[in-house]
Design a protein. Structure first.
Lengths: 229, 332
């Protein structure tokens, strides 16, 4: 006696499993591609903002003649600052786990050095003298994402190499950079491959162009477009 | 060109007199259309100390001070000189006898001259063949480690004179004020400034960056060429070059000042021996002192312009130069 296929509960279950499995499997793959997985690569390009820095205020002093009773002699004064600047930023990150990525980046900026010269003993008119730096910062960072959804906050920390070129590249000065940042990635589309990335933090620079032998803290902020594949 | 040996002008270090400003200046002589730097070409420089005491200082004390001052110049980084004491001599420091003699002379008629240096030079090569330094024993002198009130410090004045002996001219890095009877120095940042500090002062025992740059530029080592740099350009007024303008390079990192002069009719200047990094430039005229302390009076030194800062920061490269700087000044 023949029996209809569907009358066997086990067969029906098997068919259900068979029929259902492909679509269930596809759903899992789709969900996985929406977020990063180990080996995913993410590239980012955008703009970077460097806060300005007050550099040294220094007086041009001469040694006073003791016979005049003077304890100091100032020929003129100088006040220097690096102006805030917009630059460019590019980064490539590789995910080690779904939440942790290692990233290499380069940041370019052309800050202007401004030096106000004044208080001249012989009455030279106050003048603001300028020059422009070409600043390259090559960094390596570790990123930890606090979520995997469309909005993924992250923290990052790392170190890098600073290369400052003056004016017409007459002089190269190098240094070390350390940074810590907080940021947010906002992914668009169902596959979450393109997103907006915003971050801000502090860059600590030791060496490079400076007037003093101390580490400087420079606030930084970056905004860019990211593509993940 | 005929080779010969001539005595060149004596450079005096004065008590009152005058010029402010800022910069080192190498001594030179005209040879044809160009200028040759005066410098020693054979080392060590062998010097004798006159056996006559003066101004309350013995010959032995003078020798010890002279040895120290040569050692101070010899210690200038990236410069290569050497000198040795050849002995005491009965010769006086005013003879062209082939000996380099340092000693006291009593010159009461030179009431403002503390000391002076004169040379015998080869008129073709600029080689210094012989030099003489005298300190004027009409003044009271001191060799006390901390100086003595109302006595001039032998070491301070001798350091200045030995700078001349090595080929340095006067620096203009200083400021003065007019007083009855002359010009008094208010402050200076070069041992080679032509007017001395007051009696009792020992500040002149320490070389300044301007002095050291001048010596290293005259007797450079390979490290000088590799590690230091220069700034060159022109000072112009109303479209024409300014001769004798004093240009000071101010190192924005450490505050060191080194100067140079525009030495041609086209206003061109070169400041060498600068540490790499950003510098501000200040230009000033030699307008309140004796121009002959710095230049031959036959030159048409222009002092009719206002002090000015250049509006660009100049970055000195390591082992090279930044050229083409043009500074425009305004007439007074």
């Amino acid at each position: 006696m023949s029996r209809p296929l569907g009358s066997n509960p086990l067969s029906a279950l098997a068919l259900l499993v068979v029929l259902a499995s492909p679509s269930e499997s596809a759903a899992q793959v789709w969900v996985g591609s929406a977020g990063p997985k180990p080996g995913s690569v993410e590239i980012t390009a955008g703009g970077a903002w460097n806060a300005g820095q007050d550099l040294a205020s220094r007086a041009a002093t001469l040694t006073p003649n003791p016979g005049t009773g003077s304890s100091g002699f100032q020929l003129f004064t100088s006040d220097a600052s690096l102006e805030p600047t917009l630059g460019a930023n590019a980064a490539v990150a590789v995910y080690v786990t779904r939440r942790i990525a290692v990233e290499g980046a380069v940041r370019l900026a052309r800050p202007q050095l401004r030096v106000r010269l004044g208080n001249d003993f012989e009455g030279a008119p106050p003048t603001t003298a300028t020059t422009t730096l070409n600043q390259y910062v090559f960094t390596g960072s570790l990123l930890y994402h606090l979520g995997e959804g469309r909005v993924a906050p992250f923290v990052a920390a790392g170190a890098g190499h600073v290369r400052d070129l003056h004016g017409g590249n007459e002089l190269v000065e190098t240094g070390t950079e350390y940074h810590g940042k907080l940021g947010l990635k906002m992914w668009a589309g169902s596959r979450r491959r393109i997103g907006l990335r915003a971050e801000a933090g502090v860059s600590m620079i030791d060496g490079g162009f400076s007037f003093e032998e101390r580490t400087r803290a420079v606030p930084i902020a970056m905004l860019g477009l990211s593509f993940r594949f | 060109m005929r080779r010969g040996v001539i005595a060149v002008a004596t450079l005096a270090f004065v008590l009152l007199g005058g010029d402010p400003a800022a910069a080192y200046l190498k001594l030179g002589i005209r040879v044809g259309a160009g200028t040759v730097t005066l410098k020693w070409q054979k080392f060590p420089i062998r010097y004798f100390v006159s056996n006559a005491s003066g101004g309350g200082v013995s010959a032995t004390e003078l020798r010890d001070v002279v040895n120290r001052t040569f050692a101070t110049w010899d210690a200038v980084p990236r410069a290569e000189i050497s000198a040795e004491f050849a002995g005491f001599t009965a010769a006086r420091p005013n003879d062209n006898d082939g000996l380099t003699v340092i000693g006291f002379l009593n010159r009461p008629q030179q009431s403002r001259t503390l000391g002076a240096t004169s040379f015998l030079v080869d008129t073709v090569t600029g080689e210094i063949v012989e030099a003489e330094i005298f300190l004027n024993s009409a003044f009271d002198w001191s060799v006390a480690p901390s100086g003595q009130p109302n006595r001039f410090d032998v070491e301070s004045i001798m350091l200045h004179e030995v700078g001349h002996l090595l080929g340095l001219g006067h620096s203009a890095l200083g400021e003065t004020e007019l007083r009855s009877g002359g010009r008094r120095v208010l402050a200076a940042e070069a041992v080679m400034f032509p007017i001395a500090f007051s009696a009792g002062s020992i500040e002149g025992r320490t070389l300044k960056p301007d002095d050291m740059a001048g010596l290293a530029d005259t007797y450079p080592t390979t490290a000088f060429r590799r590690e230091l740099g220069s700034i060159s350009g022109r000072v112009r007024k109303d479209g024409r070059g300014v001769l004798g303008a004093h240009v000071v390079a101010f190192n924005l990192r450490n505050g060191h000042m080194v100067g140079g002069f525009s030495l041609n009719e086209d206003g061109s200047f070169v400041i060498g021996g600068l540490e790499p990094g950003p510098h501000a430039l200040r230009v000033e005229p030699l307008d309140d002192g004796d121009v002959e302390s710095f230049f031959d009076l036959t030159l048409n030194i222009d002092t009719n312009f206002r002090v000015k800062f250049h509006d660009r920061i100049i970055v000195v490269p390591r082992g090279g130069g930044t050229s083409g700087i043009e500074i425009r000044v305004e007439p007074k």
